[in-house]
Ligand binder design. Structure first.
Ligand code: NAP
Length: 339
């Protein structure tokens, strides 16, 4: 079985990781085609030990392609996903555009792989927001254990979540401060170097930002419509990996050791939790790793059946590229059978 795979947005942060993950997990690909904007025609991208030349999305014919991994932003996805899907190619989309479409499954394979079956309605499968993906990996086994009623999450999100330009902005502002140059915010509304910004994506009428809203609605779509979620999303001057402080209120009483055991054995999770100096995972240690790391597990005595934990994962991997490739793997093994 082998599949022809296009990576749309292959020159970007997520696209490059998609190429790495496809290679590292030995995805059964007969051909990999990197695509981006007209600006990048001929630009070389790395796939394992080889380099591939980027082609232009605008001129590309998808009729012989099996799967398109899309990571070129919401407006490109809005325009191109239906056109690509209409040519018989299954789109796995990283943008937020189709996530809440009732005819598009929103998938984190550790949580709701069976829902992939719904892809036939539009030939599109959505990948969740990076902060949602790692959180639901952590919540799923706990929900099965003691039924989650409410979640309060605060995020500490790295700048790679806003693309290449944002990583450059953190780097150039940091440098500018050291050499006494003026700092000009461009990607973010305020200085990001040596600062934190409690604002990700646009403000909504409720006062929540769209990033906070996404965490709420995506979690209920993926995990359980009855779970109540409230979120505060914060950008921090970290290049890679998102961190989350998660407070959970369960319906049922739980035993702390049972919680640890169920997280220790759950798919996609690495438990690292020692009550001593350095006995937890930080963003730097999660960068480049496939796992979602859980630390700082302890009971919250201020509510009945309350639990606190710390959750860290590489936002370009579990938050984007890895999750998309895992969806492609499940799609191929269960739904697309090709010689
Ligand atoms: N970063 C994350 O943590 C994360 C997590 C989940 C989802 N996502 C989503 O993934 C997408 C990409 O994010 P990113 O961080 O990789 O952004 P990025 O580093 O800015 O890369 C954007 C990519 O899109 C391509 N592109 C832009 N306009 C295009 C067009 N008109 N036609 C074809 N290709 C075009 C760019 O190609 P050129 O180089 O030719 O401009 C580049 O390859 C976004 O939808 C984002 O919301 C990101």
């Amino acid at each position: 079985m082998s599949y022809k795979v296009a990576v749309v947005g292959a020159t970007g942060n997520v696209g490059r990781e998609m190429l790495n993950v496809l290679h590292e997990r030995q995805f059964p690909a007969s051909e990999i085609i990197p695509l981006a904007s007209r600006r990048s025609i001929g630009q070389e991208v790395t796939f394992g030990d080889t380099t591939l030349k980027t082609k232009c999305l605008d001129d590309f014919d998808f009729s012989s392609v099996d799967i398109a991994l899309m990571s070129a932003g919401g407006s490109v996805s809005k325009e191109w996903s239906p056109k690509i899907a209409a040519q018989g190619c299954v789109v796995i989309d990283n943008s937020s555009h189709y996530r809440m479409d009732p005819d598009v499954p929103l998938i984190v394979p550790e949580v709701n792989a069976d829902a992939i079956a719904g892809y036939t309605k539009k030939n599109i499968i959505a990948n969740p927001n990076c902060s949602t993906a790692q959180m639901v990996v952590a919540l799923k086994p706990l929900h099965d254990l003691a039924t989650i009623k409410r979640v309060v999450v605060s995020t500490y999100q790295s700048v790679s979540g806003s693309g290449k330009a944002a990583m450059d902005e953190l780097w150039s502002q940091t440098r500018a401060i050291f050499v006494n140059d003026p700092v000009e915010p461009e990607v973010y509304p305020k200085q990001i170097a040596f600062n934190v910004i409690p604002h990700i994506d646009v403000f909504m009428d409720s006062g929540d930002t769209k990033e906070e809203w996404k965490m709420i609605v995506e979690t209920t779509k993926i995990l359980d419509p009855d779970i109540k979620v409230t979120a505060t999303c914060v950008r921090v001057p970290v290049f890679l990996s998102h961190s989350e402080s998660i407070n959970i209120e369960f319906e049922k009483p739980f035993d702390e050791e049972e919680v640890r055991e169920c997280l220790r054995t759950a798919p996609g999770i690495m438990l690292f939790d020692k009550r001593e100096d350095g006995g937890y995972i930080t963003p730097i240690e999660a960068a480049g790793e496939f796992a979602t790391y859980i630390s700082r597990i302890r009971r919250d005595e201020t509510v009945e059946n309350g639990l606190n934990l710390w959750c860290v994962s590489d936002n370009l991997l579990k938050g984007a590229a890895l999750n998309a490739v895992q969806i492609a793997e499940s799609l191929c093994s269960k739904f697309l059978q090709k010689g």
